[in-house]
Design a protein around this ligand. Structure first.
Ligand code: NAP
Ligand code: GCO
Length: 277
């Protein structure tokens, strides 16, 4: 019997839709997480999010409401197994099902020269940026396995590929997160679960605000100028730049993409940088 090939005419743009699915975006009170959750909602997903601060949860729910999104937030620290397990139970109780989509977005950075960085500083960054995604993924995977469908998106970083001074803990964590992405892909692909990463470039959010602060004389921060020179797009990214890639990786349009990190960086990783004038 002739081999049967899938018929391209069966493709529909509905494969980019997320209607009827529940997405958990960690640390999505603001910044990149808020933008990604907004994108997933615009594609039809119901949104759950968490933060450590109850006041931020309430404020964020009204921010989502201003976008026409009925996002539900819970207080949970991604490094606390009991809080995360309770979060997943609360999501199931509220939405009637466990998360179909998980975006491991919550993260911190500490910019300290390594010889001045304490082991506790290093541990705290790795705990949130790497142990956190492990803990939350482990809490969400059983529900995805039961449904034989799931999407996990890990927010990696250029520091999953490159180092720089003062970010030893962050680079180690984000490098590990790239490999956790590949391992979840390997261990759960047979359950129709895809785990991929998004590697943002330098994005204008509260996390990078110190790198863009104007100098006392009103001039641009040297790092700000450095990044603009290093980026072919000649600008910082914004959280909006990440929204389309998040929808793609959360949708069935990417059902054969697994274990990859898509860098949304304006070309910075491909570019040696503009010659100083
Ligand atoms: P951000 O503005 O600092 O937001 C980080 C979010 O994570 C906040 O909502 C924060 O909540 C939450 N969070 C931190 N620790 C948490 C914990 N233990 N449990 C739960 N929530 C926690 O950062 P961002 O720039 O939006 O970055 C978001 C993600 O993208 C991070 O993983 C970051 O490493 C990554 N990233 C950022 C850039 C960039 O240039 N901005 C580039 C590449 C990758 P609180 O307010 O309670 O702390
Ligand atoms: C830094 C920045 C970067 C960005 C991002 C780049 O201090 O170098 O915070 O680490 O946050 O991770 O992809």
């Amino acid at each position: 019997m002739a081999e049967q090939y899938a018929n391209p005419s069966a493709f529909s743009m509905d494969s980019f839709r997320l209607d009827g699915q529940v997405a958990l975006v960690t640390g999505a009170s603001y910044g990149i997480g808020f933008a990604i959750a907004t994108a997933l909602a615009k594609a039809g997903a119901k949104i759950a999010f968490n933060d450590r601060d109850p006041e931020k949860i309430a404020a964020s729910e009204s921010s989502y409401a201003k976008e026409g999104i009925k996002a539900k937030g819970w207080v949970a620290d991604v490094t606390k197994v009991d809080e995360v397990e309770q979060l997943v139970k609360d999501i199931e109780g509220h939405f009637g099902t466990t998360p179909d989509i998980l975006v491991n977005n919550a993260g911190i950075i500490k910019r300290i020269p390594m010889l001045e960085m304490t082991a506790e500083d290093f541990r705290q960054v790795v705990d949130i940026d790497l142990n956190g995604p492990f803990i939350v993924s482990k809490a969400c995977l059983p529900g995805m396995i039961a449904k034989n469908h799931g999407k996990i998106i890990n927010i990696c970083s250029m520091m999953s590929e490159l180092g720089r001074e003062t970010v030893a803990g962050y680079a180690a964590a984000k490098g590990g997160l790239k490999m956790l992405t590949r391992n979840i892909c390997s261990e759960f692909g047979e359950h129709n679960i895809q785990c991929n990463g998004i590697g943002p470039g330098y994005i204008a959010t509260p996390q990078t605000a110190p790198l863009r602060e104007r100098q006392p004389d009103g001039s641009r921060h040297p790092f700000d100028s450095f990044i603009v020179a290093k980026t072919p797009a000649a600008r910082w990214g914004t959280p909006v730049d990440l929204m389309g890639t998040a929808v793609f990786l959360a949708s069935d349009a990417s059902s054969f993409v697994n274990g990859q990190v898509i860098y949304v960086d304006g070309g910075i990783l491909a570019y040696i940088g503009k010659q100083p004038q």
